[in-house]
Write a protein that binds this ligand. Structure first.
Ligand SMILES: *Cc1c(COP(=O)(O)O)cnc(C)c1O
Length: 336
């Protein structure tokens, strides 16, 4: 029998015991409160349960060797939450209020922040609570915002084992105008193709490539990497604008990489990986190397099939800033 100790608990399966919560009622956000994590009372006619009015964020607080705790690019994540809310016509949260809620949760969860390479994962969540099952084409006028925290450990320490990725050229991850919105419905839409690829192709992840153009994985962005060169799709509405992607692209020139942001095809990617590298980027994945691409019934080895040297180098450059062992030249960290 195996027991689940925290260090091998699946990502997100453990929460700290405190959450911050606030409600939007009568046209305004109420004062937020800290509460014990537990059920929220909600009407079964709540807008989110019928019409999917929901969005969320995910980012991390890191404990440094001196015991201090630092949030990575919180402002950027809060801005993305506000943008998701606008796209879904949910009441837009106030940036300062969300930041206060996050700080309060981190402060009260301080003893639960794992040492490096672990972190405290923060999960702000916004959903529509207006009780009206006739509101299919009406935005919610009531909402709830919650901030949860989850201690997470490093599942891919040192970059982990190389991933095998199925190239999905038919099914789309989500509606093409909502790819940049971090909303639960997009995950529900991607679940079928993801499970099919796991079952039928033995793939770890799916890389969505609708119409033969490389887009992103189910929950991570995609980067093609070579010595001195990074290629990734340019920002458009079809995929999530990852903060990890943005951070890597901003660090890349300092590390001697030329960044190319443009559309590229699966055929071009197959050519690229004969000698190049490929990786998935995201708060949870950090930068995870791809060892194999699967297309139909064909397998393509990425480089030598191991995690590439440039992938490792970029990953370490990013995690060194997050863990405070390299200087934060971009002002990305907020001490709590
Ligand atoms: C959250 C997410 C990412 C990664 O975004 P980060 O800001 O880097 O964590 C990428 N793709 C999808 C679909 C996501 O939901």
């Amino acid at each position: 029998m195996t027991s689940t100790t925290p260090q091998n608990a699946p990502f997100g399966s453990i929460l700290t015991d405190v959450m911050a919560i606030t409600w939007y009622r009568k046209g305004q956000w109420e004062t937020s409160e800290l509460k014990a994590v537990g059920p929220i009372e909600m009407h079964p006619a709540a807008h989110v349960l019928h019409y999917g009015s929901e969005c969320f964020e995910g980012f991390k607080a890191y404990k440094w060797a001196d015991g201090s705790v630092h949030l990575f690019r919180m402002d950027r994540h809060i801005e993305r939450l506000r943008q998701s809310a606008r796209s879904l016509l949910l009441p837009e949260p106030d940036a300062n209020q969300v930041a206060e809620m996050v700080r309060a949760v981190v402060d009260r969860s301080r003893s639960a922040v794992p040492d490096a390479p672990g972190a405290l994962y923060l999960r702000p969540l916004l959903f529509g609570t207006m009780p009206n099952i006739g509101a299919a084409t009406t935005p919610t006028d009531e909402a709830c915002l919650v901030v949860l925290a989850s201690p997470v450990w490093d599942y891919f320490s040192g970059g982990g084992r190389p991933l095998s990725v199925y190239l999905e050229e038919h099914a789309t991850r989500c509606a093409s105008h909502l790819g940049m919105v971090k909303t639960g419905g997009n995950y529900a839409a991607a679940l079928g193709p993801t499970l099919a690829a796991r079952r039928d192709k033995n793939a770890d992840q799916v890389l969505f490539c609708p119409g033969g153009e490389v887009q992103e994985a189910g929950a991570a962005n995609f980067l093609a990497i070579k010595e001195g060169h990074i290629l990734t799709r340019g920002l458009d509405s079809t995929f999530l604008h990852g903060v990890t992607r943005d951070s890597l692209l901003r660090m890349a020139p300092e590390l001697g990489y030329r960044v190319e942001e443009r559309n590229f095809t699966v055929d071009e990617l197959i050519e690229w990986v004969k000698t190049g590298e490929a990786a998935l980027s995201g708060t949870a994945a950090v930068l995870s190397g791809v060892g194999t691409l699967l297309r139909g019934d064909k397998r393509y080895q990425v480089g030598d099939g191991e995690i590439g040297a440039n992938t490792k180098r970029l990953r370490t450059a990013l995690t060194s800033i997050q863990h405070g062992t390299a200087p934060d030249r971009h002002g990305w960290l907020t001490r709590v």
